[in-house]
Design a binder for this molecule. Structure first.
Ligand SMILES: *Cc1c(COP(=O)(O)O)cnc(C)c1O
Length: 203
């Protein structure tokens, strides 16, 4: 289980403090904010991009970002690959899956996911490595609903692994769980939780 401490809106001093006490994995949801913090903080920090990413901003983080959790289109993946190759890197990414009963959350639905995976099977995007899936549950107090959404994502992850990435040990990450629902996510098979306010305080 990996804890990605989501430091968005929090000052570099707070991140530095967490770093000094031994935590080195942080996540941001905005490119400019991540870049600015990257420049000010120790270079062995592992930075995760968790928010919606526009293709035209990939270049700003392409030299250093460890894992992009929010790939939701072929176009974005292609731009990530292009920038990674420029920097002689292979960029690790997750495909973001829409699992919530809400209109506001980004991500691929099941059909879009399989269409993309079929395309990638024929035309892999050089410079990228797909390491798993990410999803956000509905923002609700209904624990049963949250659990069902996470369980559904876990099932989908296993299905994708078996059908497309059997024998690929890099496809191993399931990023699910935030401050309010990380316990449920862990019980349902998360390998990576993205916890912000519980680590750094309310925003
Ligand atoms: C902000 C954010 C989180 C962390 O949210 P908390 O409720 O503060 O834990 C996790 N994932 C994404 C994609 C986020 O934007």
């Amino acid at each position: 289980m990996k804890l990605v401490a989501i430091s968005k809106t929090k000052p570099v001093e707070m991140i530095q403090e967490a770093y000094t006490s031994g935590h080195t994995v942080f996540g941001e949801n905005k490119v400019q904010e991540m870049l600015s913090k990257y420049e000010q903080l120790p270079k062995n920090i592992e930075w995760h991009l968790v928010g919606h990413l526009q293709s035209n901003k990939v270049k700003y983080i392409a030299t250093f970002v460890h894992l992009i959790h929010s790939v939701d289109s072929k176009k974005l993946l292609q731009e990530i690959g292009k920038q990674a190759l420029k920097n002689h890197r292979v960029q690790k990414v997750l495909l973001q899956i829409f699992i919530a009963r809400e209109e506001t959350k980004f991500g691929l639905d099941r059909n879009e996911l399989f269409a993309l995976l079929d395309e990638l099977k024929i035309n892999p995007v050089a410079g990228t490595q797909i390491c798993g899936l990410m999803g956000m549950a509905t923002n609700t107090d209904d624990e049963t609903q949250i659990r069902n959404e996470f369980a559904g994502l876990k099932t989908l992850f296993e299905e994708v692994k078996t059908s497309y990435y059997a024998g690929d040990e890099n496809f191993c990450e399931l990023s699910m769980g935030m401050s309010s629902d990380y316990r449920i996510a862990m019980e349902e098979g998360s390998t990576m939780v993205r916890v912000g306010s519980l680590v750094f305080g309310e925003r």
